[in-house]
Design a binder for this molecule. Structure first.
Ligand SMILES: [Zn+2]
Length: 196
């Protein structure tokens, strides 16, 4: 597997890099991404592939279940860099159906050391969906309930983004829009959950 990656890199250099020399030389000088993508680490949600974008277009942060936690210095630094230095005007939070992180919200008592702690930041998506099911007397299948949780988690993480004062300020000044999306691995389509 690892040698396959290095062989793939040689192929990339030969077939793509060497044939688009001006493009990559320009990129090497400066990046000008116009979108910050906060997505899941899931290997099937390949950002550039599913959005038809090129290197240099999307500044990316990925973690388990596309979570925004205001005590996460990693994401906080990414956000600060995106807004203060790259002046990115759009942030996308993209969840995906079939998310293992969201499924694990039903298994918070597992023996894993870090995953349940991390997922506390998404737990409200589960309780909100279960409340909705109860109060509206819905009877979703297991799959449908999980899909509702994936969508609710995107809404929740957008709320978490708004907890950052500098994010709220950028929105108020018209410099920033937040977008909530869900990628459907079965159809390949991206569904807009929260339009910006
Ligand atoms: Zn996922």
């Amino acid at each position: 597997m690892i040698t396959t990656l290095l062989e793939g890199n040689e192929r990339f250099v030969r077939e793509t890099f060497e044939t688009q020399k001006a493009f990559f030389a320009d990129l090497a000088k400066k990046q000008r991404p116009t979108v910050l993508w906060i997505g899941c680490s899931d290997s099937r949600v390949a950002v550039n592939t599913i959005t038809g974008t090129q290197p240099g277009e999307i500044f990316t942060h990925r973690n388990v279940a596309n979570i925004v936690a205001t005590n996460d210095w990693n994401l906080s630094a990414v956000l600060e860099f995106s807004l203060n230095h790259l002046h990115i005007p759009d942030i996308v939070i993209c969840g995906h159906y079939g998310c293992g992180g969201i499924e694990a919200l039903d298994n918070m008592g597992s023996d894993d050391k870090y995953i349940p702690v991390w997922l506390i930041n998404a737990a409200r998506a589960r309780t909100r969906v279960d409340e909705l099911i109860l109060t509206q007397a819905l009877s979703p299948s297991r799959e449908e309930r999980l899909q509702m949780m994936v969508e609710e988690n995107v809404r929740l993480q957008i709320e978490h983004l708004r907890e950052y004062p500098f994010v709220r300020e950028a929105i108020a000044e018209g410099r920033l829009k937040l977008h909530g999306w869900v990628y459907d691995m079965e159809s390949g389509h991206i569904r807009v959950i929260c339009p910006g």
